[in-house]
Design a protein. Structure first.
Length: 74
């Protein structure tokens, strides 16, 4: 995968904490930021998936159990 440079302005306090966390844990800042971006993108996908699931038709639990061959009387 080709690397490209991006630029963003962030609060100086956040940058100071980021510097300290990366330094104290021996983490390369570029890797930390890339992983954070990937995590956030995955979260956004999860939210979109949840929103689409909410619009799926609902089935009573008894019907689901019946279709699985479970009588539900444990």
């Amino acid at each position: 995968m080709a690397n490209v440079q991006i630029s963003a302005r962030i609060d100086a306090r956040i940058k100071a904490v980021l510097d300290e966390v990366c330094r104290s844990r021996g983490i390369v800042m570029n890797h930390f930021i890339q992983e954070a971006i990937l995590d956030r993108l995955e979260e956004l996908e999860d939210v979109e998936d949840l929103q689409s699931i909410r619009h799926e038709p609902k089935r009573p639990l008894a019907d689901v159990l019946n279709s699985l061959g479970i009588d539900g009387t444990a």
